[in-house]
Ligand binder design. Structure first.
Ligand code: SF4
Length: 431
């Protein structure tokens, strides 16, 4: 009998990396991915916003309707929160695996239902594609947990103290893939903590990835503002700038660019320092693509303080802004702060989000335009039947498009950027 599953993920790249790990382990244990009649459905949830939690609940309800015979397994931050607080939502699943138990998820499934579980229907012979090996783009979790306790954030309560994956283990995991990945994205809940518990550092990790793996493209999911310290910036300038395997892409989640709001958020850095670091990065390599996350409407964010964030974002070398509307998470420090700071009305949050999304679109389009005429090393992602061409990720993670060519996902190509269409760099193969 064939065992089949389908997995879903919400939230950050660490969640995505964990999902890839779970998928891989299940495939190794003899399961197959089946999107039509899966026997087990695994949902890796997120709790960073009320919206993320709501979406997870909606998906679980939809999946229960769509696959009434399938077993529903939930894990991740919302699932952990429901478990910790005896929420009725925990009962939506057949099996709930809190974050701390996630590494033993497959064993938990096996011990609950086993291989020949009654009620698990034999799958029809669907064409099962092994998606991670197919795309050859691998998200790798390098660290979990956080010690920062930003006032809006529930993650430290759900993921616990920082724990790093030892470099040796990361290298082994990456090298165990066959065929080898074309791109590895190193993902952490907080890169700042990486190696503090193992006596290693991010710089050691980059060196090991370079020397002990053959991955042609290596990048980070997010680099946290505290990681952009003098050592990192020096290493970047001296080594990484000239390292063709390192992707010139930085996702630096700033959350606000107003110093008083950053203080309310318990994020002790000054926007002037961040500006200096980001300018130094861009100065060393002008085609570097920098993105950020911004929360609008945090407690106490007056019009004036929001305008300060807006002004800074106009002048910072940031080309994409992921915008989130603040939603109060229970049991966080913000829950107490709301007694002293005013709450921003929803309609104002919406207006602010809209303005930042427009600014982001404008800045991204302007940045992609600066790449016209330059060469790039691109990764083929998938063929787009509708647009008749292959979607690409350029060397700096900008989305590209190769018209009228069907290239296998995972293949690396040398291209020239010819124009910009629908926010994508339109490319041509280099001869
Ligand atoms: S750094 Fe702040 S926002 Fe990020 S996980 Fe830690 S507490 Fe949450």
């Amino acid at each position: 009998m064939k065992r089949t599953f389908q997995s879903f993920v919400f939230g950050c790249r660490v969640n995505e990396a964990e999902r890839a790990q779970i998928d891989l382990k299940l495939v190794e244990a003899g399961y197959h991915i089946d999107t039509h009649s899966p026997q087990v459905l695994i949902i890796n949830t997120c709790a960073i916003t009320g919206k993320a939690e709501r979406e997870a609940r909606q998906l679980i309800a939809q999946l229960k309707k769509r696959h009434p015979e399938a077993k529903i397994v939930i894990t991740g931050c919302s699932a952990t929160y429901w478990h910790q607080h005896n929420s009725a939502y925990a009962g939506m699943a057949d099996l709930l695996i809190p974050n701390t138990q996630k590494p033993r998820l497959i064993e938990a499934i096996e011990s609950k239902w086993g291989f020949d579980a009654p009620g698990l229907k034999d799958a029809e012979n669907e064409p099962l594609d092994d998606k991670f090996r197919y795309s050859r783009r691998l998200l790798v979790k390098i660290q979990d947990g956080c010690h920062r306790f930003c006032s809006y954030c529930i993650v430290p309560y759900l993921r616990g103290q920082p724990q790093s994956v030892p470099i040796k283990q990361i290298v082994q995991y990456v090298n165990s893939f066959a065929p080898s990945p074309s791109e590895v994205i190193l993902s952490a809940i907080n890169t700042e903590s990486f190696g503090k518990d193992t006596g290693e550092s991010l710089l050691d990790l980059i060196a090991a990835m370079k020397e002990q793996t053959h991955v042609p493209r290596i990048g980070f999911g997010s680099i946290h503002p505290w990681s952009l310290n003098t050592d990192f910036l020096q290493f970047y300038k001296d080594t990484l700038v000239n390292e063709p395997r390192f992707l010139p892409f930085f996702h630096v989640p700033l959350q606000s660019c107003s110093n008083p709001v950053l203080k309310y958020m318990n994020r002790p850095y000054k926007i002037e320092d961040i500006k200096e670091s980001l300018n130094a990065i861009v100065m060393s390599k002008p085609d570097v693509f920098i993105a950020t996350d911004i929360i609008v409407g945090f407690l106490g964010e007056t019009d004036e303080l929001f305008e300060e964030t807006y002004r800074q974002l106009v002048s910072l070398p940031i080309s994409r802004i992921h915008v989130f509307r603040f939603s109060l998470r229970p049991h966080t420090a913000a829950d107490t702060l709301k007694k002293t700071l005013f709450e921003v009305p929803e309609n104002i949050k919406k207006e602010r989000a809209h303005r930042l999304i427009q600014l982001s679109n404008k800045k991204y389009a302007a940045f992609v335009k600066t790449l016209i005429g330059s060469a790039s090393h691109a990764l083929a992602i998938r063929y787009d039947e509708k647009q008749k061409g292959t979607r690409l990720l350029l060397h700096n993670q900008v989305e590209g498009f190769l018209p009228n060519k069907k290239v296998l996902p995972g293949k690396l190509l040398n291209v020239t950027i010819k124009s910009v269409k629908r926010e994508k760099a339109v490319c041509e193969l280099e001869s």
